[in-house]
Design a protein around this ligand. Structure first.
Ligand SMILES: Cc1cc2nc3c(=O)[nH]c(=O)nc-3n(C[C@H](O)[C@H](O)[C@H](O)COP(=O)(O)OP(=O)(O)OC[C@H]3O[C@@H](n4cnc5c(N)ncnc54)[C@H](O)[C@@H]3O)c2cc1C
Ligand SMILES: Cc1cc2nc3c(=O)[nH]c(=O)nc-3n(C[C@H](O)[C@H](O)[C@H](O)COP(=O)(O)O)c2cc1C
Length: 755
């Protein structure tokens, strides 16, 4: 085959050398516009996994790279006068120049033709090539030539950054956060050889504008950064090697995804590789890794399918299929990390204390969890757990197993939850005339015995016509209040768990069948007239909280989510009113706030009220997390204690993006931007998730729904799984606790014994 790689970055060079090595009959040329020793950039970071595959594919270049590598384990964070350090993070860094020089030399040794100082305008310049690799970086001319085929989706991110270097060797991956009069700046600093470190400075567009950095020369920008980061630089100066960039060297990161990666141009097959195909933000330093992994996978597929021209189309298809998965995974993690740095100033830096700020930063990509941090640096994590436990009012002594964040108590108004796990409200469609019966006693009672700090019953309806189905619970008469009292008395008598009632009105989603007879399907007979955002905004509900209070309910939640009555006012998709109850945020929130205030006034002062919001309608034209934050602020002003951050179910055609902890970012945003406590909910299914969320300050409580259907004692079992024996079980069940813990301990010890 005749192979031409356009662009001699890591992707083009590594693919070129692999193909020549695997099949020396190939003619391979790498064409590069720069001179051999000319390159932008300072150091790049690699992962251990990429290094392992490089060792397997080309031990010669891997050995050279490894000798030039700098390895370091620690992360250090400078923030508000504190300097915190943790270890066990394992990075390897190398100068980009050094890496390229090693790859160039290896290409030459293997017989790859390297053509430097050659600008390529088109793949058509190589009509005799069977395979053209578009490894020409983010600005890829080749990709842009066939934009209709490759469908590049390029998103310019809001932050500004400048990529600098310094002749100071840092012994940890160092992050320094500094506040100016116009906002926060952060430096990402890592060494890549004995005496040089990469020094990337990043800030928001607003701070960049306010400091007029766009009007500064590179030298002026450097002087600005040297001044701002003088403490960490400790006398060292900053340097640029981007003199070729005209004007300001402050850039915006561009996130790239392509719809297709290969194309036949009539003579040659053209395929995208590395930054030409996709980008990953430097916050998790994976661009070079992805480029190298692409090169390895394409070479691997040729090796499997054979090195003949006829294999090219199928090899390219398989390459794209396999690489897309890995790239999407890294891009997701990179997106979380990138977004953390984009909002750090407005969301975390002025809100979180240094200890929690550090934890939040370490878990920013949401790929590193609480237990993962324990594996990396047990001492640091245990220190943090003690700090958190003390903040929550516990007496966390040194040298004792500390209570992890999810099992710390939480107090709001006069109510103290023994831990931060909530049984999320779940409609059971099993009531007659809205009454709590044996089913509810057993169902909710067993969950209360199962260790959660707060047990919510299902949405409880304020009037017969407020029900979703004829099987929903209600609180419109005294008999129902008596049922609640029986439940509350049982739960209070059994331990410290508290009982929550979620008050709701089905609105336009009412008068439907029981879930298992046809979810959201209207009743065939016995239905009732519906109220919705378009109906009269009046609800006689003040009796309701009084009944709940008299029954001893500890906590109320006002259901303003999932398309039910109050939610139908908040969402522009369902609220089409033109009076003062429709239109602006203020108008759409008017009725829900009126109801909230009426409920708050009738509810005892010392008991909390949370508000459940659909923080995302997942549909064009619907509410987004920014809208939810506006509503959260209004409920906060009206006296709400917490916002329970759910999403969706407002519009049938919604397109939610599900995934682990998929709604937690809403709780995080509202908690730290609006500064009101939040409940995270949605796909939180193990202790490690809950601990990570609460420890990082992304929410104050975690509501867990479906896992509690599978296991009433979810909280107790999760405690046992993480080896926490101090969480009390009901006294009647203690014998079960000891056996359960002993069995788990034995199962955990078994693999070690088998070794
Ligand atoms: C601030 C910053 C920090 C980063 N930090 C890291 C990090 O820590 N770790 C990491 O792994 N990655 C990092 N990256 C990303 C990394 O630089 C790229 O992801 C990686 O270099 C991609 O390799 P590539 O071969 O696909 O493209 P590139 O390295 O961009 O190579 C493309 C090559 O093609 C050449 N070229 C382009 N057009 C033409 C043309 N028309 N004719 C001839 N030649 C052409 C260019 O000169 C260049 O040499 C960082 C990026 C930035 C911006
Ligand atoms: C059977 C069932 C019934 C539900 N009923 C309600 C409800 O009455 N009120 C409510 O706000 N959410 C309700 N939900 C949503 C849950 O409270 C929770 O937000 C959702 O299931 C996501 O959490 P999970 O991933 O832990 O299940 C219900 C969920 C399930 C599975």
């Amino acid at each position: 085959m005749r192979i031409v790689c356009i662009g001699g970055g890591p992707a083009g060079l590594y693919f070129g050398l692999l193909m020549k090595k695997l099949h020396p009959e190939h003619s391979v040329t790498v064409v590069e516009r720069n001179r051999p020793y000319d390159t932008f950039g300072w150091g790049v970071v690699f992962s251990d996994a990429t290094m392992t595959s490089m060792r397997a594919w080309d031990p010669e270049s891997a050995a050279e790279i490894e000798t030039a590598f700098n390895h370091w384990d620690d992360i250090e964070v400078l923030f508000k006068g504190t300097r915190q350090r943790t270890t066990g993070h394992g990075f390897v860094g190398i100068g980009r120049k050094k890496l390229l020089n090693i790859l160039q030399a290896r290409c030459e040794a293997l017989g790859v033709e390297l053509k430097f100082e050659t600008e390529v305008d088109s793949d058509a310049d190589f009509p005799d090539a069977d395979l053209v690799i578009a490894s020409d970086g983010l600005g890829s001319k080749i990709r842009n030539r066939y934009a209709d085929v490759f469908q590049p989706d390029l998103v310019v991110r809001p932050n500004r950054y400048i990529w600098l270097g310094t002749n100071k060797s840092f012994d940890a991956f160092t992050f320094d956060f500094r506040k100016t009069d116009h906002g926060w700046f952060q430096a990402h600093i890592y060494k890549f050889d004995d005496k040089t470190s990469t020094f990337i400075v990043e800030t928001t567009e607003a701070a960049y504008e306010a400091h007029r950095l766009g009007e500064m020369s590179q030298d002026q920008s450097i002087a600005f950064c040297e001044d701002l980061f003088a403490e960490v630089l400790d006398g060292a100066s900053l340097m640029t090697n981007a003199r070729h960039l005209r004007g300001s060297a402050w850039l915006n990161f561009q996130r790239l995804i392509c719809g297709k990666w290969s194309h036949f141009n009539g003579n040659s097959h053209v395929v995208l590789m590395g930054d030409a195909a996709h980008t990953a933000h430097f916050a998790i330093g994976s661009g070079t890794k992805l480029a190298i992994d692409d090169a390895i996978e394409l070479a691997n597929q040729f090796n499997k399918a054979g090195h003949g021209k006829d294999t090219i189309p199928s090899v390219l298809a398989t390459y794209e299929e396999i690489r897309r998965v890995d790239v999407a995974r890294i891009q997701n993690a990179a997106r979380n990390a990138m977004e953390w740095f984009e909002v750090v100033g407005e969301r975390y830096a002025d809100t979180l204390e240094p200890e929690q700020f550090m934890y939040s930063m370490l878990t920013r990509s949401q790929r590193i969890s609480h237990e993962n941090l324990r594996l990396r640096d047990k001492t640091w994590l245990e220190g943090y757990e003690r700090w958190f436990a003390r903040k929550s009012g516990l007496d966390a002594r040194e040298n004792e197993r500390c209570t992890p964040p999810m099992f710390t108590p939480y107090t709001v108004r006069g109510v103290t939850l023994p831990n931060r796990i909530v049984v999320s409200p779940m409609a059971m469609y099993s009531a007659t005339d809205g009454l709590i019966d044996d089913f509810h006693m057993v169902h909710l009672g067993s969950r209360a015995l199962g260790g959660a700090g707060l047990v919510f019953a299902e949405m409880t309806c304020v009037s017969p016509d407020a029900r979703i189905t004829p099987g929903c619970l209600g609180i419109w008469n005294d008999a129902q209040a008596e049922g609640w009292k029986r439940l509350v008395d049982f739960v209070h008598g059994a331990g410290d768990t508290k009982v929550g009632m979620q008050l709701g009105h089905a609105g336009r989603k009412g008068a439907t069948k029981l879930a298992w007879d046809g979810i959201d399907q209207p009743l065939e007979s016995g239905g009732w007239p519906l109220l919705s955002a378009s109906a009269l905004p009046y609800l006689k509900n003040s009796q309701v909280p009084k009944r709940a209070a008299e029954a001893g309910v500890d906590w109320l939640e006002l259901h303003c989510a999932h398309g039910y009555l109050l939610s139908s006012f908040l969402s522009p998709l369902t609220n089409r009113r033109e009076d003062e109850y429709g239109g602006s945020h203020e108008n759409r929130a008017r009725f829900p706030l009126e109801v909230f205030r009426a409920v708050r006034a009738a509810w005892p002062e010392d008991r909390p009220i949370s508000v459940r919001l659909s923080c995302h309608d997942w549909f064009e034209g619907g509410n987004t997390p920014d809208d939810a934050a506006i509503f959260a602020e209004m409920f906060k002003a009206a006296g709400a204690d917490l916002i329970d951050c759910s999403s969706g179910q407002v519009w049938k055609e919604e397109k939610p993006v599900y995934g682990r902890l998929f709604q937690t970012p809403f709780a995080d945003k509202i908690r730290n931007e609006i500064r009101i406590p939040t409940i995270a909910v949605g796909a939180i299914s193990e202790a490690d998730h809950a601990n990570s969320i609460i420890a990082a300050g992304r929410a104050d409580l975690c509501a867990v729904a479906r896992p509690h259907l599978a296991d009433p004692a979810w909280a107790l079992h999760e405690a046992a799984k993480i080896g926490l024996t101090s969480v009390p079980w009901p006294k009647q069940y203690r014998a079960g606790k000891y056996q359960y813990e002993a069995n788990l301990a034995r199962a955990n010890a078994a693999p070690a014994a088998a070794k």
